[in-house]
Design a protein. Structure first.
Length: 595
């Protein structure tokens, strides 16, 4: 804390908003300590010497005349070894260490370092004495977990010649490198940095996303893909499965580091995350998933203003690992709770309300957050690439997608996974509507998909989507005059679309095999379904009864292929030959009868 603290006095307390006077010299977004209880707050408005402060802890018992101390520094997070596997609240206080200090309930004014300053880490230098370095260069590594190697970087604003560098066991505050800048200034660099959460970390260049982020969720990877470095949103009504979709992405997405922000959701949902993640194994390494995950738990019973800081805390930590050259995925669940915190503070500041009481700057704040995602060339001389993908859940009241938070989000993100109550009530999960969702990354990642999976996969996807759209059109006719009024080819379209829905799009997140599907398996499954459609049409063209075509034994195997293990994907492809031979046998049998 700064030694020249500004001391003001409280003149007004309104929920999480505290107004103090006598704050001459304080700046916007400075961190303050409110009253002698030392509650953490942040200045969000300055008018003369009056500061409006949002307090990140309960303000009951505060009154006019109590002191306010300014630290003179913006709200920042500590970045260094020890982040991975940690569980924080919205302002980066480690919940496990707070529990050791004060027990089950977080006491007001409790303080704890974001990362452990006493723990020793084995630092291995990669730079040498006499070497020229600049901001962002990697100067050493630490084995943070068995999965993640922490790359220690030259802090922003520091550069010059390495005077000395040491290997060994150090705490995060111990200097490990001495860098002399060109003006002769000596900088002692430790393994820890501090960074203001509202300021994006610097990059050398922003690049266009061009690779598919595989998630193992068939409806997402096949029909509505998100690119590495892209942005996506998952809006949907209560009970439609937003949190489970977020959990599935956190577990299975093809990212090296996961940052999961539980922003204002119910405590039992975060409890599920905290109980599940330590038990889950990373599919690539076999290590616990927590060995590559940072959790930020800011549940609905915590102070409302802390929700606003939690998403910035999360994305700053995510940017830090992106700058090391990792592929990072951030899950924010949900941004609606963050927007509600903005609305509450805006109302208490007596600002002019926008639509539904949200502040007029809601759209720009959401854009600032999502625009910190991307595929980038990191700072430094090496030109390494880093990727940060952001997926935000939106919880519109009553499932109304026309409300301001959803609309502001849709104007920014490029992937829209629309969760529908009708699918959820029918127990079809993930309840992502295939006729209302979209992805604007399809053209950008087409080259990658062709190279990795094959051009025929894109053609199969288009054919399957055409079937689903035709089913929607035919269902209107069926509702009016019944299925018997349709011709055999239209009835086959309905049957194929039903197979796509029930045997491909439907996926059980709690089944040990069906919870994740690799891209080769997705391609094999889709190929079998379209082969079944083609062969049924061939049989129908030869006047075979549709009931007979639907009764072939291979049809049952199509319904069970989602439960075939990844190592046995060849069994799925073999179903195609069985379908062809069984339909051919039916045609031969029918031909014999006709003769």
């Amino acid at each position: 804390m700064s030694t020249d603290m500004i001391v003001g006095n409280i003149i007004k307390v309104s929920g999480p908003l505290v107004v103090a006077e006598g704050m001459t010299g304080a700046r916007m977004y400075d961190v303050v300590r409110v009253s002698d209880k030392r509650l953490i707050g942040e200045i969000i408005e300055m008018r003369g010497d009056r500061a409006s402060i949002q307090v990140y802890e309960e303000t009951f018992g505060l009154g006019p005349g109590e002191p306010v101390y300014s630290t003179g520094e913006p709200l920042s997070v500590e970045l260094g070894p020890g982040l991975i596997g940690s569980i924080y609240d919205g302002i980066q206080r480690p919940l496990d260490r707070i529990y050791d200090q004060v027990g089950d309930r977080i006491s007001r004014g409790v303080e704890a370092n974001g990362i452990d300053h006493d723990r020793k880490w084995g630092f291995v230098p990669t730079a040498k004495a006499g070497q020229r370095v600049k901001s962002g260069d990697i100067i050493g590594t630490v084995d943070e977990t068995r999965i993640i190697q922490h790359r220690v970087m030259v802090p922003h604003g520091v550069g010059g010649t390495v005077e000395s560098i040491e290997a060994g066991e150090f705490s995060v505050t111990d200097p490990v490198v001495v860098i002399r800048s060109d003006d002769g200034t000596e900088h002692k660099v430790s393994m820890m940095q501090r960074w203001p959460i509202r300021q994006g970390r610097p990059i050398a260049k922003k690049l266009s996303p061009c690779e598919l982020l595989t998630t193992g969720q068939r409806v997402i990877d096949t029909f509505f893909p998100v690119a590495k470095g892209g942005t996506a949103c998952v809006p949907g009504p209560f009970g439609s499965g937003k949190t489970v979709v977020q959990h599935q992405l956190a577990k299975w997405a093809d990212a090296e580091v996961i940052v999961y922000v539980g922003c204002g959701e119910r405590g039992n949902e975060m409890t599920d995350v905290l109980m599940e993640f330590p038990q889950l194994k990373d599919p690539k390494s076999g290590e616990p998933l927590m060995k590559r995950t940072v959790l930020i738990a800011n549940t609905s019973d915590m102070p409302v203003s802390a929700r606003e800081s939690s998403v910035y805390t999360g994305i700053t930590i995510a940017e830090y690992y992106r700058d090391m050259g990792y592929s990072v995925a951030l899950m924010a669940d949900s941004t609606s709770r963050w927007a509600e915190a903005l609305r509450e503070m805006s109302g208490r500041l007596e600002e002019m309300p926008g639509e539904e009481g949200y502040p007029a700057y809601l759209g720009s704040r959401a854009a600032e957050f999502y625009e910190r995602a991307g595929r980038v060339t990191c700072s430094g001389t090496e030109g390494r690439e880093g990727v940060l993908t952001v997926v935000g859940a939106v919880s519109p009241a009553g499932g109304d997608l026309s409300e301001p938070v959803t609309q502001a989000t849709l104007r920014i993100v490029k992937v829209f996974w629309s969760l529908e109550a009708s699918l959820a009530y029918a127990r079809h999960f993930p309840a992502i509507g295939w006729l209302t969702s979209y992805s604007l990354y399809e053209d950008q990642i087409a080259g990658y998909v062709e190279k990795e999976i094959g051009k025929d996969f894109l053609d199969m996807k288009k054919e399957a989507m055409r079937m689903l759209q035709e089913e929607a059109d035919l269902s209107e006719i069926v509702r009016l005059v019944g299925v018997d009024s349709l011709g055999p080819m239209d009835r086959i379209t309905l049957e194929t679309a039903k197979t796509i829905r029930e045997d491909f799009l439907h996926q059980n997140a709690f089944h040990e095999v069906d919870t994740y599907t690799s891209l080769p398996k997705q391609k094999a499954m889709l190929s079998v379904i379209l082969k079944l459609d083609k062969e049924m049409r061939r049989g129908a063209g030869a006047n075979i009864e549709l009931d007979g075509l639907l009764a072939i034994p291979a049809k049952d195997k199509v319904g069970r292929m989602k439960y075939v293990e990844e190592k046995e994907v060849g069994k799925i492809s073999a179903i195609e030959e069985e379908i062809t031979s069984e339909v051919t046998a039916l045609m031969a049998e029918d031909g014999g009868k006709s003769a």
